[in-house]
Ligand binder design. Structure first.
Ligand code: AMP
Length: 595
């Protein structure tokens, strides 16, 4: 289907979407819109964010609304407040030329009275989050007796977020005779159950994008040491001066750390995570939408419902365990005909995850090389020159200063002048990347890659496990740095716990660890010098027993009276809980803590 006209949409709507720049229907729209306009049969559609699904159910819902009636005729349920507002914004735009049509969003975390008033004024289409919808139903404020269409948007997300009970309550309030539309990116058993319970003879629509990576997204991965992951993010940002993307992190802590580092390093970035208040989240999302921020560092949960088009890059700091989540993330770029790049920054043991995604979604990742200093400088230079060429010159503002400036620069030729200007802007950049090292990990032969797949027995994975429990002969070549930590056994720090924290902070279990010394209130750990600074930065600020961790390189005289060597048997919990003086194993405190 080449044009929206053929779908059966009326002139008011065609005019509105024409103004939005919609030229031809996306595959899901081409299938859904004609069906919904002509038939009352229920529909299950597999569609992710970015496929144009909102218009697929929104345009027919707008067209089929009888504005003469004041009742609620369409109820759209969405998992998050952000998505709820996004759908409302979109539908309001589609209805620009439909006089009198009211679309009302109701969602949690906002005053309910205002929403009740809006509902009372009349709401033809209500877009709701499940919790608030249930609340309003129970207060007798959301009346669903005249609903003809029920849309469950991102049904899989609603179930994942635990809204099953709310859905049951809400669906029980709607009339038996209605059309139910279910949109979901995935088809789990729970979704199947919902469709069986609440839908009648549904038509299943799946476009070419069913459960598949969007076609116009390029998938790349960089293989580096865990300690270099942040450097890769920086280089990606630097080699793409006009980047507009999301960096996905696993935890709130990681999100904050990466965002803070980027901001400190002068990038136009901010964090979006669950520790922010709703107002703070709205502000960050607003700035990102307006492109006042180029890079948003976010967790999956916090980024739900953030609808931003034109993203150039998705960066995965860590690959999620579930391949579906990767596809969700990457589907945020390459939308509506535009191309995008989804990048995974992995270390050797994550190759298996890449292969899982490739297998499941029948797509390919390209292994890319981390941009070199030279590539970055070249891109930045050309971008700067481009910016300089296109900059708007406001003669009236700078005019009065020019004679003096001309006089001062008279001694420079045109070529020299250009060199001076470019250097002014660029010297710091050139200096940073002048001796940039190659941080790619060399590609391994495919035979070894295969062995890695089988897990424990592979040479690579065995090596990294050994480094936790027994002396690794390769340690011989490692120079260790000794780090002082401001907590000890009193704060329930144990060697095992410390190793766990180190692994989490470095996002790897392959960093070489030497002696660990746990005393009552302080501890020492030896760690590969190459990652020491990174570890200090990553762990500082974490809390243990309410104490903010402070790590620093130990001074020479900081010598404790006893030590634990990682090469020995892995210690049991509590086995080092003595003071620095009572250093015989099996001391009273040892026994007590083992009991
Ligand atoms: P959605 O999947 O509903 O989140 O839509 C993704 C983005 O694509 C939104 O910004 C829409 O405005 C845009 N969009 C939807 N349909 C079309 C279309 N037919 N042509 C161009 N852009 C579209």
């Amino acid at each position: 289907m080449d044009s929206f006209k053929e779908t059966g949409l009326n002139d008011e709507i065609l005019k509105a979407i024409g103004e939005l720049g919609f030229e031809k229907p996306t595959p899901i729209q081409a299938q859904t819109i004609p069906h919904l306009l002509e038939s009352d049969q229920d529909v299950i559609a597999f569609a992710q964010t970015g496929t144009g699904k909102t218009a697929a159910f929104g345009l027919p819902s707008v067209q089929k609304t009888d504005v003469e009636e004041r009742t609620t005729q369409t109820l759209i349920l969405s998992p998050t407040r952000e998505l709820c507002l996004q759908i409302t914004r979109d539908l309001t735009k589609y209805a620009k030329y439909v006089r009198g049509l009211a679309v009302v969003p109701v969602y949690g975390g906002a005053p309910i009275d205002v929403q009740i008033k809006a509902l009372r004024r009349g709401a033809h289409i209500v877009v709701a989050t499940p919790g608030r919808a249930k609340d309003l139903i129970q207060r007798g404020r959301l009346l669903l007796g005249d609903v003809r269409r029920l849309v469950l948007d991102e049904a899989d997300e609603m179930l994942t977020m635990g809204f099953k009970e709310e859905l049951d309550t809400i669906l029980a309030e709607t009339p038996e005779e209605k059309q139910t539309l279910l949109f979901s990116a995935t088809m789990s058993r729970d979704i199947r159950n919902i469709t069986k319970r609440y839908m009648h003879d549904p038509l299943e629509l799946a476009t070419a994008q069913k459960n598949m990576a969007a076609e116009n997204v390029t998938h790349e991965y960089y293989m580096v040491s865990a300690r270099d992951k942040y450097e890769v993010v920086k280089r990606i940002a630097d080699v793409n001066p006009t980047i507009y993307g999301i960096v996905f992190c696993r935890t709130r802590r990681e999100t904050k750390e990466i965002a803070n580092k980027l901001m400190t390093d002068g990038y136009n970035a901010d964090a979006l995570h669950g520790d922010l208040s709703q107002a703070q989240r709205d502000e960050v999302m607003g700035q990102f939408r307006k492109r006042q921020l180029q890079i948003l560092v976010a967790t999956d949960v916090a980024a739900r419902g953030l609808d931003v088009t034109d993203l150039t890059h998705i960066i995965n700091m860590t690959l999620p365990d579930d391949p579906e989540i990767y596809i969700h993330r990457s589907g945020r770029t390459g939308r509506a005909g535009k191309s995008g790049t989804s990048i995974a920054i992995i270390h050797t043991r994550e190759v298996r995850k890449i292969q899982d995604i490739e297998r499941k979604f029948k797509m390919k990742f390209n292994r890319a090389s981390v941009p070199t200093g030279k590539e970055i400088c070249t891109n930045q230079l050309y971008s700067l020159i481009d910016k300089m060429e296109k900059v708007e010159v406001d003669e009236s503002q700078i005019g009065p200063f020019l004679p003096e400036i001309y006089a001062k620069l008279e001694w420079l030729s045109r070529e020299e002048l250009i060199k001076h200007f470019v250097s002014t802007e660029f010297n710091r950049f050139l200096a940073y990347y002048k001796n940039a090292r190659d941080i790619n990990i060399a590609a391994r032969p495919s035979r070894e890659r295969g062995r890695d797949d089988r897990g424990r027995n592979s040479r690579d994975s065995r090596d990294s496990r050994d480094s936790r429990g027994s002396r690794d002969s390769r340690d011989g070549g490692v120079t260790f740095a000794r780090i002082h930590v401001n907590v000890g056994s009193k704060q329930k720090l144990t060697p095992v716990r410390l190793i766990g924290m180190i692994n989490e902070a470095l996002d790897s279990s392959s960093a070489k660890i030497g002696k660990i010394e746990i005393m009552q209130t302080v501890s020492f750990v030896e760690i590969d010098e190459a990652v020491a600074q990174n570890l200090i930065e990553m762990l500082s600020g974490w809390k243990m027993a309410g104490i903010p961790l402070k790590l620093e390189l130990a001074r020479q005289q900081d010598r404790p009276s006893r030590s634990f060597t990682r090469g020995e048997r892995p210690p049991r919990r509590g086995s080092f809980s003595g003071s620095s003086r009572s250093n015989r194993s099996g001391s009273r405190s040892d026994k007590k803590s083992r009991d």
